[in-house]
Design a protein. Structure first.
Lengths: 298, 211
C-alpha cells in the first residue's frame, strides 16, 4: 500500500465513524422516545445540534486547558478510529493492535478531566471524579475481556482476530467460542457508554450533567462529536471481538446497530447506581464472569 | 458564500433549541406535558438542558419576584449567544395578578430583552408549542436577534436593574467587555448607569482553594 492510499484511509475512517456515530446517537434518542411512547427527534437532529453548537456567536472559554481538554477528548477517539479495522480499510491497525486501542480509549476521559478541572465548577469536579472512578471500575473487566480474546486468538492484532473468526464461519465467532467473555464484555460496554444504570457521573438532575456543566457552544459541540465517536468505537470493537467483524459495510453496520441497541434499550428502563455500588457491581460480576471465561479459554 | 453559511447555521439553530427552564412560577406545571409523550417537543428538535452554558432559550414561567430576577439575570448573562428569552404567562407580560405586589418585577422586558411572550394564565401546552414554533420561524428568517439588543442597549437594561436591586448591583459577567470582544458595541451600550457600575465593580477573584 502506498502512502497516499494510507492517508486517504486515515482521513476516511474517522469521517465515516463520525457519520455512523451520529446515526447511532439518533438511534439512541429514537429508542428512548419509543420506550417513553414519544415520536422522537427528526432524522438529521444530531447534525443540527452539532452545527448549531459550533455556530454559536459567543464562545466562553475558561482557559487553555479547557480548550486542550476537549481537543484531547475528540482526538483520542479520532486516533482510536484509525486503529479500528473496517471492511476494505485497515488503516494503521496492523501496527497498533488491541493494546494501543485500549490505551487510546482512555485518553478522552483524561482529556475531559483536564478540561473540566479548569472550569472550576464544583458540579463538574464531582462529575469528573465520578467519571474517572467509573472508568476504573469498567476498565478492569474490559482488560480481562481483551486479554481473554487475545489469548484465544493467539494475537493482539485486531485484523488477525477478525480474520480467524471470518474463516471459521459463524461457529467460530467469539460469542460462540467464548460466551462468558461476551457477556462480561456486554456489561462492560454498558459501563463504558456511560448509560443507565451506570450513568451516575452525568446525573442531570443532581449534579447538572457533571463534566458537561460549564460546556457551551463549541465545547459542548466537541463533546457531542466525542459521544458519536464513542458509540461507534464501542460498537465496532465489540463486533470485531465477538461477532466476527464485517465482511461488508452492510454486515458491519447491521451488527454494530444491534450491539448498541442492547445497552440502550436497557438504559431507558433503569435508574442509576451510586458510585460505590457501581464499582462494587462492576468489580464483582463482570470480573467474575470474565475470569471464568478466561479460565475456559486457557 | 458567507450568506449560504449563515443561512445553514440559522436553519440548524431553528431546528435545535436547547431550553433552560426557569420555573418558579405556576406556569411550570404546563411544561411537563409539553416534554413528555402527550405533546413531545423533541420531535421539533427542542430538548431540555440543565445549565445556562448549554442552553439557547431561557424559559421564564410565571411571576418573577425581585430576588428571583437577580438569579434570572445571572443565568441569562451566562448563556452563550445567540440566546433567546421566552416569557410564559401573563405575569411576565405585565405583572398579571401580582400587579399590586411590591415584591415582583412587573415587565420582564425592562430587565432583559424578551423574544416572545406566550400570554395566558396559564397557557396550554398547545400554546407553548405554537409559541416555540413562532420563535423557530423568526430564528430561521433572522428576525430573532434580540440578544444583540442586550449588548446594544446595555445601559437601559442595567439602569432598570439598578433601580430594583440598588446601585451596588453587579454580575460576574463583564457585558461591556463581551460586547467589545464580539463587536457588538452600540451607541447606547455605555451610559450613566454603566459609569456607576464601573465605579463600584469589583474584578472577579479566583476562588480560594481549600479542602
Amino acid at each position: 500500500m502506498n502512502l497516499s492510499e494510507l492517508l486517504l484511509e486515515l482521513f476516511l475512517m474517522p469521517l465515516i465513524a463520525f457519520l455512523v456515530g451520529l446515526t447511532m446517537v439518533l438511534w439512541m434518542r429514537r429508542i428512548g422516545a419509543r420506550i417513553q411512547r414519544r415520536v422522537g427527534p427528526p432524522f438529521l437532529q444530531p447534525l443540527y445540534d452539532v452545527v448549531k453548537l459550533f455556530g454559536k456567536e459567543t464562545q466562553i472559554s475558561h482557559g487553555i486547558l479547557h480548550d486542550v481538554g476537549i481537543i484531547m477528548a475528540m482526538g483520542g477517539y479520532i486516533a482510536a478510529e484509525m486503529l479500528l479495522p473496517v471492511p476494505g480499510m485497515d488503516g494503521v491497525a496492523a501496527y497498533g493492535g488491541i493494546i494501543t486501542l485500549t490505551y487510546l480509549m482512555m485518553v478522552p476521559s483524561l482529556g475531559l478531566a483536564l478540561g473540566v478541572g479548569q472550569c472550576a465548577n464544583p458540579n463538574g469536579s464531582i462529575g469528573i471524579s465520578r467519571a474517572l472512578t467509573a472508568m476504573l471500575a469498567y476498565d478492569v473487566p474490559f482488560v480481562i475481556v481483551i486479554f481473554g480474546v487475545a489469548y484465544h486468538a493467539g494475537s493482539a492484532n485486531l485484523i488477525e482476530i477478525i480474520d480467524l473468526q471470518q474463516q471459521a464461519g459463524m461457529a467460530g465467532w467469539g460469542v460462540v467460542e467464548m460466551p462468558l467473555l461476551a457477556i462480561a464484555g456486554l456489561i462492560t460496554l454498558q459501563g463504558s457508554l456511560g448509560k443507565q444504570p451506570f450513568e451516575i457521573y452525568v446525573a442531570p438532575a443532581e449534579i447538572a450533567t457533571g463534566p458537561m456543566v460549564e460546556m457551551g457552544g463549541k465545547y459542548l459541540g466537541g463533546l457531542f462529536v466525542m459521544q458519536s465517536f464513542q458509540f461507534y468505537t464501542a460498537a465496532v470493537l465489540y463486533v470485531s471481538l465477538f461477532l466476527g467483524g464485517g465482511e461488508s459495510w452492510f454486515e458491519l453496520l447491521l451488527k454494530s446497530f444491534l450491539v448498541v441497541t442492547l445497552p440502550l434499550s436497557v438504559a431507558y428502563l433503569f435508574p442509576r447506581y451510586r458510585t460505590e455500588d457501581l464499582v462494587r457491581l462492576l468489580w464483582k460480576w463482570p470480573v467474575m464472569i470474565g475470569l471464568l471465561g478466561v479460565a475456559f479459554v486457557v | 458564500m458567507a450568506r449560504v453559511f449563515d443561512e445553514l447555521t440559522r436553519f440548524c439553530q431553528a431546528r435545535s433549541l436547547f431550553i433552560l427552564h426557569y420555573c418558579t412560577g405556576c406556569g411550570a406545571i404546563e411544561l411537563p406535558p409539553v416534554m413528555t409523550s402527550r405533546f413531545d417537543m423533541e420531535r421539533l428538535g427542542v430538548s431540555p438542558m440543565v445549565t445556562p452554558r448549554q442552553a439557547d432559550v431561557l424559559l421564564v414561567t410565571g411571576y418573577v419576584s425581585i430576588k428571583t430576577l437577580k438569579r434570572v439575570m445571572l443565568t441569562y448573562e451566562q448563556m452563550g449567544s445567540p440566546r433567546y428569552v421566552i416569557g410564559i404567562c401573563s405575569c411576565t407580560v405585565n405583572g398579571g395578578m401580582y400587579w399590586q405586589s411590591y415584591a415582583t418585577a412587573k415587565k420582564l422586558d425592562e430587565y432583559l430583552p424578551v423574544d416572545l411572550y406566550i400570554a395566558g394564565c396559564m397557557p396550554r401546552p398547545e400554546a407553548v408549542i405554537s409559541g416555540i414554533r413562532t420563535l423557530m420561524q423568526r430564528i430561521e428568517s433572522g428576525e430573532a436577534d434580540s440578544w444583540k439588543e442586550y449588548y446594544h442597549n446595555y445601559d437601559y437594561y442595567l439602569g432598570n436593574q439598578q433601580k430594583l436591586f440598588g446601585p451596588q448591583w453587579q454580575t460576574p459577567v463583564d457585558v461591556i467587555g463581551e460586547a467589545e470582544q464580539y463587536g457588538l458595541l452600540g451607541p447606547a451600550t455605555r451610559g450613566t448607569h454603566t459609569e456607576l457600575l464601573e465605579q463600584i465593580q469589583v474584578p472577579l477573584q479566583p476562588l480560594e482553594m481549600r479542602l
